[in-house]
Design a binder for this molecule. Structure first.
Ligand code: SF4
Ligand code: SF4
Length: 282
């Protein structure tokens, strides 16, 4: 079973829930797909074994063939290439490595070279039982979705997989949750939390992926989050009570399963419910 954990914004407890699910499952594969700010390693404390470089292929121009026709710039949907008199300007950090300009060039003047946009760190956690992968985008890079796609190749396994998705509702989150069996949406019961949860539910509803909600910091705010869940017919799977002690534990890298071991049966029950909703078995 592949479970992604997402949230409409950062700081809602998404990584807390993802790591708690992984540690309750005890074994399997964990992917930290929050590639701009991966922090699951703080809770899972993996022993890192390898680093895989992730390059994209970016264009370069053979000026002996180029006639400055401008077709490459017209074809680029990301404005990563511009043609000025006597020069083709390529903005490497904006380039997504899609190869469209290479195909569009009538003179076959474009060739491609590799450029690293980030890395995937690989290791093991929970005494070797959890295979841990963490995507890390290089600073200033924009090919977030590409790196997540490369990271998700490690989800191609028969083991249980937990994916810590990037926050928000745009392409990186949709890429991280694509083709999973279930998405856990983590939300706080505050007006902002409800607003962001609504955006996440809207973004995912057309994918047909089964979803459930974990309410974090239960006890603050009001009941709007439950009303929204009911309106969308999405079950609330678990509530994590608001607790200052928990916040202090997280700040020291203590996972939920250690900070509040009495919640483990609830997490186990949530996983069983997810399996029955998604119709898959581990
Ligand atoms: S499409 Fe090819 S020939 Fe035309 S400007 Fe771009 S690189 Fe040069
Ligand atoms: S590879 Fe794609 S994104 Fe990069 S310059 Fe060419 S068309 Fe634009």
């Amino acid at each position: 079973m592949k479970i992604a954990v997402a949230s409409g914004k950062g700081g809602t407890g998404k990584t807390t829930v993802a790591t708690a699910v992984a540690l309750t499952l005890k074994k399997g594969v964990f992917l930290d797909a929050d590639v701009e700010e991966p922090d699951a390693h703080i809770f899972l404390k993996p022993e890192m074994k390898k680093t895989h470089s992730v390059p994209i292929m970016i264009p370069r121009v053979d000026y002996s063939k180029c006639d400055f026709c401008g077709e490459c710039a017209k074809a680029c949907a990301y404005n990563a290439i511009a043609v000025v008199p006597g020069k083709v300007l390529i903005f490497d950090e904006v380039c997504k490595g899609c190869g469209t300009c290479t195909i569009a060039c009538p003179q076959r003047a474009i060739y491609e070279i590799p450029r690293e946009i980030g890395v995937i760190n690989e290791g093991t956690a929970n005494n070797g039982a959890i295979h841990f992968f963490e995507g890390k985008l290089n600073i200033g890079e924009s090919a977030t979705t590409y790196l997540i796609r490369e990271l998700k190749k490690f989800a191609d396994t028969n083991e249980d997989v937990v994916i810590d998705a990037p926050p928000g509702t745009s392409c990186p989150m949709l890429e991280a949750t694509k083709s999973v069996d279930f998405v856990i949406l983590v939300a706080e019961p505050t007006p902002f939390g409800v607003y962001d949860l609504n955006l996440s539910l809207q973004a995912l509803k057309d994918t047909g992926i089964k979803m459930g909600i974990v309410v974090n910091k239960y006890g603050i705010g009001n009941d709007d989050v439950f009303r929204l869940a009911e309106k969308h017919d999405v079950p609330v799977l678990m509530k994590i009570p608001f607790d200052r002690g928990l916040a202090a534990a997280y700040s020291m890298g203590t996972p939920l399963t250690e900070a509040k071991p009495e919640m483990i049966p609830e997490i186990e029950a949530m996983i069983e419910r997810i399996k029955s909703i998604a119709g898959g078995a581990a």
